[in-house]
Design a protein around this ligand. Structure first.
Ligand SMILES: Nc1ncnc2c1ncn2[C@@H]1O[C@H](COP(=O)(O)OP(=O)(O)OP(=O)(O)O)[C@@H](O)[C@H]1O
Ligand SMILES: [Mg+2]
Length: 571
């Protein structure tokens, strides 16, 4: 405990108003600002070195992460009122927290998805509460705004708010992203902090907040509309009806099911899955929700589990097995509940939800999962702040970022409430980036960027951006993309490629918000992104059995200024 406490005191004692850990999120530093902070931190580390050598022992253990609440002095300067809104899906948790946010003089909403941040910003602005939208890839600032809707990674731990909301707080136990929820939980400085989520997270949150001095209050909610588990399976696609959502877990299966359902000739399907661009997901959902649209059935992955407001009457699990990146496994209780809970949204045109499976064999697992409580969460994710890694690097200048991360992973000391985040993805990037002549902070930025290193095009895109940045200090988009003649994809493979190109463009935009002068083509990247999503949507609308396309959709197809095939080998 002493080490991190001393650390945070020392940092503030040398006048670092915003510690570098803020850079991972919302702070877009000017170079001067950054240099000042780095200089201040160097000062601290140099003092540490002197102290260590004169006493003969090292007093600072940067891998001591046992007291993460001390990393956030601003939040600790307040006694926060923490209100937990806990209950099943569709029980009004977010609704009630947002009502409080809306009526507060200033506030921040932190959600797990861009789609949720979009929705909240839209809602507040509509209610005449000016609200900025801030995600990794967007800064939509509204005149006079005292409210912000952000993705949780962008949670601001350096300002003070009257009210803050962290949605889907149970995600603090997710292996990879959990640490961002922990950071928001411990670090947001607000008079009132509202946490919405699964009751399984209550004991852990109470335990974590024992040391913060906050006042904690728990409100439990009941589901607002009934959810009926059916005793009979769907059996055949001829039994599909308007408002159904059929769930599966691979993109290939999604297309296969869409074709099969459309081949019966009665329904057209919208699709929603994780690697679709978020704006495409929203438009597919809007088409499905729109009663006048012909797309009245949804085929989706667990990407529908959170975020989208969908008018689903019945959820049909086509399978109860999912590949989780390592193995095929049965869906967990929380996964089944989260997905099933999307049926019968309160206030929608299907107020009573139903849930079933395609096959009779799966029904018993569905029923038992819905009846079981979610297992109580045991620990929350944690990740060392950039400050800690930076200070460690000053004492071990021979170490690259990969080695520093490895050191933290192996030696981090944690209390029982925490686990160290799975940073396999970060390590993959570090392994590539460490070879380049970049400073630690630049390397760190590339490592925390939203890149999918398992996607070949995405990882090549990141490497190319980092190399050009290291060599020239400026990265022009046209060096990688030449305006050309990309077409509406004709095959699933071509579609996947287009999704990957979208990810690379998204990465460029993300980098442009953090290294503004070096990535000057944000606007071009954004336009190209929109073109990608339109082409993807065109493919989706043409797939399977289709009625003739509407004029509106046809006229959206762009004819020029596309990413060229020639450019792709460089990605
Ligand atoms: N008191 C209310 N009056 C009117 N509408 C409400 C009320 N409470 C909730 N709703 C509406 O019901 C729907 C579900 O509420 P909400 O999104 O808050 O549920 P939730 O518990 O957060 O669900 P999830 O776990 O799925 O996020 C929303 O469309 C919301 O606007
Ligand atoms: Mg909610």
């Amino acid at each position: 405990m002493a080490a991190s406490l001393i650390l945070s005191q020392r940092i503030s004692s040398v006048g670092v108003s915003r510690t570098l850990q803020g850079l991972a999120g919302n702070v877009r530093p000017s170079c001067l600002h950054l240099e000042l902070k780095v200089a201040a931190l160097i000062n601290v580390v140099d003092k540490t070195k002197q102290y260590s050598s004169s006493s003969g022992t090292t007093q600072f253990d940067f891998t001591d992460l046992t007291s993460p609440h001390t990393w956030y002095p601003k939040a600790r300067s307040k006694q926060r009122k923490v209100i937990l809104h806990m209950g099943p899906t569709n029980s009004g948790k977010t609704y009630n927290a947002l009502k409080r946010l809306e009526s507060s003089p200033s506030g921040i909403y932190c959600g797990p998805l861009r789609l949720l941040a979009w929705e909240v910003a839209k809602r507040l602005n509509k209610a005449k509460v000016p609200c900025d939208l801030i995600t990794g890839q967007e800064r939509d600032e509204v005149d006079g705004a005292k409210h912000k809707a952000v993705t949780v990674e962008m949670a601001d731990v350096t300002s003070s708010y009257h009210c803050a909301v962290v949605d889907e707080i149970q995600m603090l136990s997710y292996k990879t992203r959990g640490f961002s929820f922990t950071r928001a939980l411990l670090g947001i400085s607000a008079d009132e902090l509202h946490l919405c989520g699964d009751p399984a997270s209550v004991p852990l949150i109470q335990e974590i907040l024992k040391v913060t001095g906050d006042h904690v209050e728990v409100h439990f909610y009941e589901r607002l509309s009934p959810l009926v588990p059916m005793k009979v399976p769907l059996g055949s696609f001829s039994n599909i009806r308007t408002g159904d959502c059929i769930v599966t877990f691979s993109r290939h299966k999604i297309y296969k099911l869409k074709k099969e359902i459309e081949t019966v000739g009665k329904h057209l399907c919208s699709v929603v899955y994780g690697s679709l661009p978020p704006e495409t997901r929203t438009r597919q959902a809007t088409m499905f929700n729109d009663a006048s649209s012909e797309f009245d059935v949804l085929v989706a992955s667990d990407a529908i589990g959170m975020g989208l407001n969908l008018n689903i009457s019945r959820i049909i699990f086509s399978t109860m097995m999912k590949f989780d990146g390592f193995e095929m496994r049965e869906l967990t209780v929380p996964e089944v509940k989260q997905i099933a809970g999307r049926a019968g949204r309160y206030g929608s045109k299907f107020p009573v939800g139903e849930v079933t499976c395609l096959n009779a064999d799966d029904l018993s697992l569905l029923h038992s999962s819905l009846e079981s409580p979610s297992p109580t969460l045991e620990s929350a994710g944690l990740f060392p702040t950039f400050d800690l890694m930076y200070m460690y690097s000053r004492l071990h200048p021979e170490c690259g970022l990969y080695q520093i991360l490895e050191h933290f992973l192996e030696h981090a000391k944690l209390s029982d409430n925490y686990f160290i985040a799975d940073c396999e993805e970060v390590l993959k990037v570090a392994a590539v980036i460490d070879a380049l002549p970049l400073g630690l902070h630049d390397k760190y930025l590339f490592c925390i960027s939203p890149v999918d290193m398992d996607d070949e095009i995405s990882s090549q895109g990141l490497t190319q951006f980092a190399q050009n940045y290291a060599q020239k200090g400026i990265v022009r988009l046209r060096e990688i993309f030449t305006p050309g003649s990309l077409k509406v994809p004709k095959t699933e493979a071509a579609l996947k490629e287009l999704e990957s190109i979208h990810k690379v463009l998204d990465l460029y935009v993300w980098l442009s918000f953090r290294l503004e002068e070096s990535f000057p083509d944000r606007e071009l990247a954004s336009t190209q992104k929109s073109i990608c999503s339109m082409l993807i949507e065109d493919f989706l609308e043409r797939l399977g059995w289709q009625k003739p396309r509407s004029k509106r959709l046809a006229s959206r197809t762009p004819s020029t200024s596309l990413l060229s095939r020639k450019a792709r080998p460089y990605l």
